[in-house]
Design a protein around this ligand. Structure first.
Ligand code: GDP
Ligand code: IMO
Ligand code: MG
Length: 457
């Protein structure tokens, strides 16, 4: 029996109590290009909820939770897992790589975190298989060869796009529930692997790469075994959610990836393949549109992006490098350096509106300490005019020039501030500028990775 660390008694978790979460179920969503600190916020808020639910994405996500000196990097498991008395649900809208999930479960158990009946996996979720990884990598290589590196999406290489594509194609998709029936899985994989081998061999040849065909029998054996390993967690999570909500349980929906990566509403085609905004909750968890009572938007005090695509406020200079160094802006999933830039309020106002955000958690404010001047983008210059709307088209966004407002920076370290009034006046003015431009209150400010490093207003 795993010994659960006594994490609930650590200081800090009570600090969010003053934050207005409204009544009912709550959604936490990223307002930029990911890595805003959703993991920290979900871990903090989870204390108040009974179920924590992932509804989109897959192991492309990397959510870090820091408890004291201990850091946990979660990819598929919801960030409520550190509380043993909560249900953590991986909903039907998630694409699950069983190899990654099993490794994640084992890693947590080794660190004495209980992962048992408290983890539930939807039998309707789709399975990421090894050919999805290769397909992801070969598509990126082909794009790079045919159109240049700039046209690559810069995916995490986790097979996310190909798996969602198969979900939409239907006949070449496998759902978690199907791992339980070895005979049916075997015949389905025979068909799928025949198609995949033909496609991937041609693509590999185009890319000048060697190709080792996949073996359907071998895959079937491996994935039925993975299915057996995960079977204790697999259930109809849609029904579980309905019954739990009917019984008065409170649900926290954890967005993965972020709104500007949403397949419909992000900077398409430089996006991921799911609806990462709150719009994805209903399809991805199987709950009605009226479910969410409060929507909390999580944003950084500046901008970051991993992979390709437009980012109007990106900095290629020492200021950008300083943000990267101080903010430790290297990917939780791939370790790639994140592109860094000034805060883009045009983008955040758009995503706050799209998600119906009631309250904002402003993260990593501490990282901006020591800059003489802080710039915030409040509009774009485009084709000789000025626009304040976020363009629908990546080409237009690529062509815009940011219009900045300059604000005085702050020298003082803020990592030990716990009250809004303890922040330097320039930092307070920065927060107020965000509220004014986005039109949503900033109810929480994070000044360090730990649970206790928050200011509730
Ligand atoms: P997520 O994907 O949105 O959950 O974010 P990530 O976990 O990928 O990236 C956020 C990073 O910032 C993590 O390393 C967190 O530990 C860290 N972090 C969160 N809040 C703060 C903060 O207020 N200040 C600092 N310095 N780091 C933070
Ligand atoms: P969290 O949940 C940052 C980006 C990738 C790439 C694009 C498509 O940690 O905020 P994919 O592998 O999904 O097909 O890649 O989306 N991306 C993320 N960037 N944080 C994430 O998740 C991301 N999930 C996907 O870098 O540009
Ligand atoms: Mg992340």
């Amino acid at each position: 029996m795993a010994k659960q660390p006594d994490i609930q008694t650590l200081p800090g978790t009570e600090l969010f109590e003053g934050f207005d979460l409204g009544t009912g179920h709550c959604a936490v969503v990223g307002l930029q290009w990911g890595d805003e600190g959703k993991g920290k916020i979900v871990d903090l808020f989870a204390r108040k909820y009974d179920l924590i639910v992932r509804y989109n994405g897959g192991a492309n996500a990397g959510h870090s939770v820091q408890v004291g000196a201990d850091r946990y990097a979660l990819h598929l498991i919801p960030s409520g897992i550190l509380y043993p008395d909560k249900f953590n649900v991986i909903g039907n809208g998630v694409v699950i790589d069983p190899v990654v999930l099993i490794k994640e479960i084992e890693g947590l158990r080794q660190r004495s975190v209980e992962v048992a009946a408290n983890l539930r996996i939807s039998n309707r979720a789709h399975v990421v298989l090894p050919y999805h990884h290769l397909q992801d990598q070969l598509y990126e290589s082909a794009l790079s060869i045919l159109r240049g590196d700039g046209e690559k999406i810069g995916t995490t290489g986790r097979g996310i796009g190909p798996c969602y594509a198969d979900k939409a194609l239907r006949s070449t998709a496998i759902r978690v529930g199907e791992l339980a029936d070895a005979d049916q899985l075997a015949s389905k994989l025979q068909l799928i692997v025949t198609i995949k081998n033909a496609q991937l061999a041609a693509l590999a040849q185009q890319c000048g790469q060697d190709f080792e065909p996949f073996d359907a029998d071998q895959l079937c054996e491996q994935y039925t075994q993975h299915g057996r390993t995960l079977s204790q967690h697999v259930c109809d999570t849609t029904r579980l959610l309905h019954e739990s909500m009917d019984a008065g349980k409170q649900v926290l929906f954890e967005g993965a990836n972020a709104t500007l990566l949403d397949v419909d509403h992000g900077t398409y085609p430089f996006v991921t393949s799911s609806n990462c905004s709150t719009l994805g909750i209903y399809a991805g968890a199987g709950v009605p549109g009226s479910t969410v009572g409060a929507t909390v938007g999580v944003m950084k005090a500046y901008s970051t992006r991993v992979g390709g695509g437009p980012m109007p406020t990106e900095l290629h200079d020492t200021v950008g490098q300083r943000i990267r160094d101080v903010g430790r802006e290297y990917g939780t999933t791939t370790g790639r350096p994140r592109r860094c830039g000034w805060l883009d309020l045009v983008a955040v106002r758009y995503t706050a509106k799209l998600n119906g955000v009631n309250n904002i958690c402003l993260m990593l404010l501490d990282v901006l300490a020591g800059h003489e001047i802080l710039k915030v983008c409040v509009g774009y210059r485009y084709a000789g005019g000025e626009v304040d709307a976020f363009p629908a088209d990546a080409g237009t966004l690529e062509a815009v020039e940011p219009i900045y407002e300059e604000m005085a920076g702050f020298d003082q370290e803020v990592t030990e501030c716990r009250e809004f009034d303890q922040l330097p006046p320039q930092a307070r003015a920065y927060v107020e500028k965000i509220e004014q431009h986005v039109g949503v209150p900033v109810g929480m400010i994070s000044v360090g990775p730990r649970r206790d490093q928050v200011i509730v207003r």
